[in-house]
Design a protein around this ligand. Structure first.
Ligand SMILES: *Cc1c(COP(=O)(O)O)cnc(C)c1O
Length: 427
């Protein structure tokens, strides 16, 4: 590549227009692609030639944007999906099926926890959840003979725990399986998990990558580092013939760098169809072009607000790994030296009622289920996403009744602090 900096990758990665071609990534809004002969098209169906025939499997706009994210993460291949949920489902199901087992951090996004602990269990995939802070012995004890992968989040949503990626990667590799890391909150601007030994990275691009709360999306990136063929018996789907493609063996035909994503596209996207629309991929790319600028500001604003909250008499506690007293500060200094994300959680003195009253008085920050876009928003999990739980169940889930999750946006930080102060003053 003729460029090296992450900033350049954000702005120009993935797409290199030729003479007279569109400067912006073109939206190829077409379900199908035309061929001169059936034989030409047949080669695509057999994975004998590269090209497009139906946008459920691959679309040029989506591929250009996937290639940009691949460059940002430093991977070998990538694909877009319709959502972050689809990305995590595909990343795991591509290598773990009925009768298999996966080790996952217990501190993960609620939607992913439900996908694993309920829906994928129904499909016959079993999961063992371990605390991201577990001892080496506890982590070791979670593995079984049928374990196919380890899964965690760089910065967990909404727990804000930081994963010790090197430690989890080392454990996975000792057992001959890959580490999958959901890097949604950190984004490749603040952490590139492949550098620390992760093998597969996933994203909900709905969050900071899009950045404007306009398009749902997900992405899977392969590092190209995991040697599937060296663990052929564990990953027969990648290392033995696929009869639905005339006996192609993914590792043999597409190599270490291409096997995982090609199989995931050729089988899972073909059969489940969780594809991103070219329109959404276009919007995602507009977001990616400013990701490096926005992440810096999200982190600066969040740091200033976390510090302000930590010194406020009406605030009981603050969780943000950029604060020196935070339990994850040391890990953050290693994995997130330039900043973590814009999400801060804190407790309002006076518990559940005080938290609800505080949020009701905010004027700039809106109450929304979303996180990680340009507009500051907040959520009271105890009365919304976790409202079916009583206080004891909330405690077990790590959500205290007074917890407010604040997603700090890109507004002026003095305005945001003034808004928080007037709302706190009224409770
Ligand atoms: C939001 C989120 C998801 C799910 O993504 P969707 O795009 O909403 O499907 C997965 N992982 C993390 C860390 C998230 O924040």
């Amino acid at each position: 590549m003729y460029y090296d900096q992450l900033e350049t990758r954000c702005v120009q990665g993935g797409y290199r227009p030729g003479n007279g071609e569109p400067r912006a990534v073109p939206i190829i809004q077409s379900t199908t692609f035309k061929y001169d002969t059936s034989e030409d098209m047949g080669k695509l169906f057999d994975l004998e030639a590269e090209g497009y025939f139906y946008s459920r499997l691959q679309n040029p706009t989506c591929d250009l944007v996937a290639r940009k994210i691949c460059e940002l993460e430093g991977g070998s291949a990538a694909m877009l999906t319709s959502s972050g949920q689809a990305a995590n489902f595909f990343a795991v199901f591509n290598i773990a099926g009925c009768g298999d087992h996966v080790v996952a951090s217990s501190s993960i996004y609620g939607g992913t926890f439900n996908l694993f602990s309920v829906t994928m269990r129904r499909m016959g995939v079993d999961f063992t959840f371990v605390s991201p802070d577990c001892s080496d012995e506890e982590l070791e004890a979670a593995f079984r003979d049928n374990t196919k992968a380890v899964f965690g989040e760089t910065i967990a949503n909404p727990a804000l725990t930081v994963l010790d990626i090197e430690r989890f990667a080392a454990a996975a590799h000792r057992h001959g399986v890959p580490l999958i890391v959901d890097n949604t909150f950190a984004t490749p601007v603040n952490c590139r998990p492949f550098r620390w030994g992760a093998d597969i990275v996933t994203h909900s691009t709905t969050k900071y990558m899009d950045g404007h709360a306009s398009a749902l999306g997900g992405c899977i990136v392969d590092s190209g580092n995991f040697d599937w063929a060296a663990h052929a018996a564990t990953f027969p789907g990648l290392t033995t013939p696929d009869e639905s493609y005339h006996g192609v063996v993914y590792t043999e035909k597409f190599g270490r760098g291409g096997a995982f994503i090609t199989k995931c596209t050729a089988q899972l996207m073909r059969d489940f169809g969780c594809c991103q629309s070219p329109q959404s991929a276009y919007l995602l790319n507009v977001g990616l072009e400013s990701l490096h600028v926005r992440m810096q500001r999200h982190c600066e604003n969040a740091q200033a607000i976390a510090e302000h909250l930590a010194g406020h008499e009406k605030v009981a506690w603050v969780r943000y790994c950029g604060l020196p007293g935070d339990p994850y500060h040391a890990l953050a200094q290693k994995y997130l030296p330039n900043g973590s994300c814009g999400v801060v959680s804190f407790g309002v003195r006076g518990g559940r009622q005080a938290a609800e009253a505080f949020m009701g008085r905010l004027k700039i920050a809106a109450i929304a289920t979303h996180v990680a876009d340009a507009r500051t928003c907040c959520l009271h999990p105890a009365s919304t996403t976790h409202r079916q739980m009583n206080d004891a169940e909330l405690a077990a889930a790590g959500v205290s009744p007074d917890l407010v999750r604040l997603s700090v946006g890109l507004e002026g930080v003095r305005d945001l602090i003034a808004d928080i102060d007037q709302a706190l003053a009224a409770v």
